[in-house]
Design a protein around this ligand. Structure first.
Ligand code: PLP
Length: 202
């Protein structure tokens, strides 16, 4: 199998991909579950554990100060990458499930009311389903699942425009599949003032 151009270049950054599995170069696509690490990350983690590791924001000694500075530097880098207004708005969690539980429990319990719509799709992973089921039960919000077209696996985004017209959509979780092109296709040329929160899994 050939991996021309960019693929070759990026594969070389990931040492785990240099092996063969069942006689073929390893191709790894399960990134939503566990993402493989490039050399730069592996080396920096090893360096950190060898030289700087300590408790972040909970110590006064040198190593703790160093670890805290690195942690905050990473937060600022992520904020810059995501174009966030403030680094403080970046919250690190251990994974997607924990992150969505945090949003559902904090934002959801303060902002969702009986009859509000939380829009998901018919093909959500448990990480983006169970937190909303729990908060819907607590608040009386209603989960709405956008259907999937059987033949193509595409999501029926046009239904979202109709729901927005009705007005009580409060959250669309998993807009990552609705990039600008799709969004303009589903909302058309008309402008809508939407007051819902979008949640996406990078
Ligand atoms: C598509 C998808 N989304 C979300 C998750 C949950 O991620 P996490 O383990 O970070 O909570 C997984 C985990 O397998 C997944 O495969």
């Amino acid at each position: 199998m050939n991996f021309p151009g960019l693929a070759d270049q990026y594969r070389a950054d990931f040492p785990i991909l240099s092996q063969e599995v069942n006689g073929h170069p390893l191709v790894y696509l399960d990134n939503a579950a566990s993402t493989q690490r490039p050399n730069a990350v592996i080396e920096e983690l090893a360096r950190y554990y060898r030289e700087d590791h300590a408790n972040v924001h909970r110590g006064l000694h040198t190593l703790s100060n160093r670890a805290t500075a690195l942690y905050e530097k990473a937060r600022a880098a992520v904020a810059h990458y995501l174009n966030a207004k403030k680094a403080e708005s970046i919250v690190f969690t251990r994974g997607t499930t924990e992150g969505i539980n945090l949003v559902a429990e904090s934002w959801g319990s303060r902002n969702l009311r009986r009859g509000d719509l939380v829009v998901l799709t018919e093909m959500e992973h448990h990480a983006n389903l169970i937190p909303w089921q729990i908060i819907a039960r607590k608040t009386g919000a209603i989960l709405h699942f956008l259907p999937i077209q059987g033949d193509t696996g595409a999501i029926e985004w046009s239904e979202l425009a109709e729901l927005c017209r009705q007005g009580n959509v409060r959250l669309v979780a998993d807009l990552n599949r609705c990039g600008p092109k799709r969004r303009s296709r589903c909302f058309g040329r008309r402008r809508y003032r939407v007051r819902f929160l979008g949640l996406f899994q990078p």
